[in-house]
Design a protein around this ligand. Structure first.
Ligand SMILES: [Zn+2]
Length: 58
């Protein structure tokens, strides 16, 4: 999926060791372009983008 911040597709899965993650939580992703750290989760059947770390401001 695209980065929810900048729309870039250069994403990196950083949560490769998936111990204990469930169907409701996808791996943490990092945008290779802006540095946003996010995860997509399912809440009550809706896809929610969970921003973990905002990109650094320049
Ligand atoms: Zn981005």
């Amino acid at each position: 999926m695209k980065c929810p911040n900048c729309g870039n597709r250069t994403e990196i899965d950083i949560d490769m060791h998936s111990d204990g993650f469930t169907n409701d939580q996808s791996p943490v992703k990092e945008c290779g372009a802006c540095g946003l750290l996010w995860r997509v989760k399912i809440e009550a059947g809706e896809t929610v983008v969970d921003i973990i770390r905002q990109p650094e401001k320049k």
